[in-house]
Design a protein around this ligand. Structure first.
Ligand SMILES: [Cu+2]
Length: 264
């Protein structure tokens, strides 16, 4: 009975106190040094991966939200430009403009580099990747566009940009990391390479598959017979060649060379 009475009093006191006390939110999220209230949105944007793009490439965010860039395969940046001067850092004229620095992701990583960018105004932001030709290849993003045409115009302007210029100083956000399991992407399949998760050497882009893809490749050593020689070449792969007279052999008369071969 006494216990019930005490708890009733405590309950009454807490209910009584609530309307008069300040509302204090304890549900805060630590983003590697940057603390936000959980009531604000954390908006993930994947940077790079199988393709050099931002996903999504148009983001609508409110003041107080955090855009969390999550860096997937490759080495990318988030760098602010203007719509009129794409692939060029706004930092050149405004030191507070956004630049994440270069954040890589290599095969075998168990963490993902992030750039947490708080939205502090409703200003439209034009962002690009300053690595290599990524900006020209379409790795661009618009935050809070004022119309649907802006991402189109920005991407077209970027594709036509003469050069892709890097930012200089990390600004406009906080570099941190998250566990891979928490990321909004699945990394590209691990390439064959040295063990231990080291980055594979920069591979040349594979040549386009030839039309005879799948046919075993043979090494042919060219032997150039003297001019006027008649040679016969049996055709390989013809079934029962003896029953197909006239189709199994090619006769070639070696033409005169068109230029003097170099002396041996
Ligand atoms: Cu990039």
């Amino acid at each position: 009975m006494m216990r019930f009475l005490i708890s009733s009093i405590l309950l009454a006191a807490s209910v009584e106190a609530r309307p008069f006390g300040p509302t204090v939110r304890r549900n805060e999220v630590d983003l590697g040094g940057l603390t936000i209230k959980a009531a604000n949105r954390l908006i993930p944007v994947v940077v790079g991966g199988q393709q050099d793009v931002f996903v999504p490439n148009v983001v609508t965010a409110a003041v107080g939200d955090i855009i969390q860039f999550q860096f997937s395969n490759g080495n990318h940046t988030v760098t602010e430009s203007t719509l009129e001067a794409p692939c060029r850092p706004l930092q050149a004229t405004d030191p507070t403009a956004i630049h994440s620095g270069h954040i890589p992701f290599q095969d075998g990583q168990t963490t993902v580099g992030t750039f947490n960018m708080p939205i502090t105004s409703t200003k439209t932001l034009f962002l690009y990747c300053a690595t290599g030709p990524h900006c020209q290849l379409g790795q661009v993003l618009v935050v809070n566009p004022t119309n649907d045409q802006q991402i189109v115009d920005y991407a077209k302007g970027s594709a036509a940009a003469a050069e892709n210029i890097d930012g200089t100083t990390v600004s406009g956000g906080t570099v941190a990391s998250i566990p891979l399991e928490a990321a909004a992407f699945i990394p590209a399949p691990v390439q064959d390479g040295p063990p231990g998760g080291a980055a594979p050497p920069a591979a040349e882009a594979p040549a386009a598959a030839p039309d005879n893809a799948g046919v075993p490749i043979q090494t042919i050593t060219a032997i150039i017979p003297p001019e006027g020689t008649t040679i016969t070449i049996p055709l390989a792969g013809v079934a029962d060649a003896a029953t197909l007279p006239g189709t199994t052999t090619v006769i070639v008369t070696v033409p005169a060379p068109t230029s003097t071969p170099p002396a041996a």
